[in-house]
Design a protein around this ligand. Structure first.
Ligand SMILES: [Fe+2]
Length: 296
């Protein structure tokens, strides 16, 4: 029996993504339900689970089933220090909210550029597992665009301009689009540039997807200005409404997406209102196609 048939699902959008029903993520076992979830992830690129309780330990346990936990602060900590879940939150320790122009809020705003997580890391992300803790009534949606379907549909004349070329990524490139001071922060500039293939072939399904991000700043064989023009054109193609699923958050939602086959962005909300999502990315491994992405 196909693993997909063991999960009850309903579509999130006409061509990609499903809501998975009747699953309590706290009870998922690596050898039992997880293989069906993973198979669904490979084919659908985005999975939604509603009404979940996802405390830190459950969140981490689920992420570890996909791959090694991504820890961008590992170089600043002792190996014995606990893993910290990334909080996409404007809530402060005293219960207030950060100001709209504070660096922390600007950092949240930079998530509103279409991007893939962690393309600027030496080992990029396979998956983001994002869950809502505090939501606002309006705004703050997460939008996911399928670069797999977009690549499938893309005219050959456009494909030809990027196929076979590597793309260079730099974290500060995306942050500089939001704020110059943000782009100078140590946490932003500490990563050396990366260089990835522009197409990620899923080793399980054999399907290709365009691998781009707001962090991409130069395409092989082009100067930065020409690269920006083409990257914008490619992003605009991939984010046409037919390739986009927009998720309006409810507390307890868990949204999981394949970083190899999608780009995403957050939508703004009223920054005077508290809002908190918790995120863990898991890193890719060789089994996810990493070596084929490295440009020599
Ligand atoms: Fe992101």
């Amino acid at each position: 029996m196909s693993p997909l048939k063991t999960l009850r699902t309903k579509p999130l959008s006409p061509r990609f993504g499903v809501e998975v029903l009747d699953i309590d993520l706290a009870t998922v076992d690596l050898l039992d339900v997880f293989p069906a979830i993973r198979a669904c992830f490979e084919h659908q690129s985005a999975l939604l689970f509603r009404n979940q309780k996802l405390p830190a330990q459950t969140h981490m346990r689920l992420a570890e089933m996909f791959g090694p936990l991504e820890d961008r602060k590992a170089d600043e900590k002792l190996p014995s220090d606990p893993f910290e879940i990334s909080q996409l939150s404007n809530v402060t320790a005293n219960g207030g909210v950060t100001g709209a122009m504070e660096l922390h809020t600007l950092s949240l705003k930079s998530n509103q550029l279409w991007h893939t997580d962690s393309t600027f890391l030496p080992i990029p992300a396979l998956v983001n597992i994002l869950t809502a803790k505090i939501v606002t009534e309006t705004g703050g949606e997460t939008e996911i665009a399928s670069t797999r379907l977009a690549w499938h549909d893309m005219p050959e004349s456009l494909k030809r301009r990027i196929r076979g070329r590597g793309i260079h990524h730099r974290f500060s490139h995306s942050r500089a689009k939001i704020d110059a001071e943000l782009a100078r922060q140590h946490a932003i500039i500490k990563w050396p540039d990366t260089h990835w293939n522009s197409i990620w072939r899923n080793p399980v399904t054999g399907e290709d997807a365009l691998y781009i991000a707001s962090h991409a700043f130069r395409i092989d064989g082009m100067d930065e200005a020409a690269s920006e023009v083409l990257l914008t054109e490619l992003t605009e193609f991939c984010t046409q409404p037919e390739y986009v699923y927009s998720h309006k958050w409810t507390v307890g939602d868990v949204l999981i997406w394949d970083e190899r086959a999608t780009i995403h962005r957050g939508q703004p909300w009223d920054y005077s209102k508290p809002r908190a999502l918790a995120s863990i990315c898991s890193s890719v491994t060789e089994a996810d196609g990493l070596s084929s992405m490295r440009m020599v």
